[in-house]
Design a binder for this molecule. Structure first.
Ligand code: SF4
Length: 202
């Protein structure tokens, strides 16, 4: 997919399709010009899953870590991080073709400490922070309450699916038309969220 490259992953069109966990990682990366290990893994596998090639991934991570206020030099990036990102593409070490993490894998990792951005915001954010983000997405109060209820019951993927449906009107009919079952309209993978959002956009 040529549409996905080191620059376009920041575009409005593409970033509108990111679930909250990915928005959170991208915001953290922009803010700090760095991500710790679990954040790097979660975001790099997601981007690989949406079609970012290895070359473009190298451009993306080099830019993010070294320019726009980043504290690393390109030389240091190459020494300390290049291997990690190439490894994620199966080009180094044991050459495993890693798959993007599903929500279950994301939720099985240690919770993010201060200054970390991996994980799932529906689990990890405070109610205040989450409500304010959902407000920005123009969710009704009723919808916000329902999402927060799911979070309290530890049903994070249900919360995420609700947000997806609220922000993509008509999507339910779309999925019925393509004979999707209930199970497949439930979002339990950030890459599925992205794919469905892209489909809805087109
Ligand atoms: Fe990301 Fe899954 Fe959490 Fe949604 S439920 S924000 S896709 S980890």
């Amino acid at each position: 997919d040529n549409e996905i490259n080191a620059k376009s992953v920041y575009s409005k069109e593409i970033s509108e399709c990111y679930p909250l966990c990915v928005k959170n990682l991208m915001d953290g990366l922009n803010e700090t010009h760095h991500l710790r290990y679990n954040g790097r893994q979660q975001l790099s596998f997601f981007l690989k899953g949406i079609g970012l090639s290895c070359d473009e991934a190298m451009n993306f991570w080099t830019d993010a870590f070294t320019t726009k206020g980043g504290h690393l030099t390109v030389d240091k990036f190459n020494k300390e991080y290049r291997y990690n990102f190439r490894h994620n593409y199966g080009l180094e070490g044991n050459r495993i073709n890693y798959k993007p993490w599903d929500c279950r894998t994301i939720l099985s990792k240690p919770r993010p400490a201060r200054g970390e951005f991996h994980g799932c915001p529906y689990r990890d954010w405070t109610e205040e922070k989450l409500s304010s983000e959902l407000n920005k997405l123009n969710l009704s109060n009723h919808a916000i309450t329902s999402v927060l209820d799911s979070c309290k019951k530890n049903e994070y993927t249900f919360a995420c699916t609700k947000v997806f449906e609220e922000t993509h009107p008509g999507i339910e009919n779309q999925s019925n038309a393509s004979e999707n079952t209930d199970a497949s309209s439930h979002i339990a993978h950030p890459n599925l969220y992205f794919d469905r959002a892209r489909q809805w956009q087109k």
